[in-house]
Design a protein around this ligand. Structure first.
Ligand code: MN3
Length: 197
């Protein structure tokens, strides 16, 4: 199937002042869009054009001859998951089942926040920090470049993009400030709760 660029789940200026419309014009309108365009070009005539995005990712993971397809497919998937991990007036302490699971796995919300921020801050170069379920257990992990937990049998719950294009216009080199803002002001806990189901 042709892979399409999903609509953003909010208006481009809805996350201001934390993430500006200018950042989203580039990050969604240029970067995410380019991954979709590149992927459709690369899968044409390979047989993969008949598969879903998730199947393309799983079928090309770890195959160096298909790295271009994997990287673009994973970036399409990761970005859609990231937009859904964000919410205007989000962040702060969670409610519902995710609150109980975080308390069980990390001891407290503040300990989770510290570990999640640390994962994003210490990802060397480009990549992603994730909250995932690993055989039902909540864990924090990070991936390099386009890599994605769905290629490793993990179930993503939340993600934050730590490629420079995600924060440089708004935060320049201050990745830790971007991560603090993501945690305190932007996390979509409704999405996290839905992903536990
Ligand atoms: Mn990005």
């Amino acid at each position: 199937m042709t892979i399409t660029l999903p609509d953003l789940p909010f208006a481009k200026d809805a996350l201001e002042p934390h993430i500006t419309a200018k950042t989203l014009e580039f990050h969604y309108g240029k970067h995410h869009n380019a991954y979709v365009t590149n992927l459709n070009k690369l899968i044409g005539g390979t047989g993969l054009e008949k598969e879903s995005l998730e199947e393309i990712i799983k079928k090309t993971a770890g195959d160096s001859s298909k790295a271009g397809i994997f990287n673009n497919a994973a970036q399409v998937w990761n970005h859609t998951f990231y937009w859904n991990s964000l919410k205007p007036k989000g962040g702060g302490e969670p409610t519902g089942q995710i609150a109980e699971k975080i308390a069980g796995a990390f001891g407290s919300y503040s300990k989770f926040a510290e570990e999640f921020k640390n994962a994003g801050a210490t990802q060397f170069g480009s990549g992603w920090a994730w909250l995932v379920l690993d055989k039902g257990e909540l864990k924090i992990t990070k991936t390099l470049n386009a890599d994605t937990p769905i290629a490793h049998g993990l179930k993503p719950i939340l993600t934050v993009d730590v490629w420079e294009h995600a924060y440089y216009l708004d935060y320049q080199n201050r990745r830790p400030d971007y991560l603090t803002t993501f945690i305190e002001k932007l996390i979509n806990w409704d999405f996290a709760n839905a992903n536990l189901g």
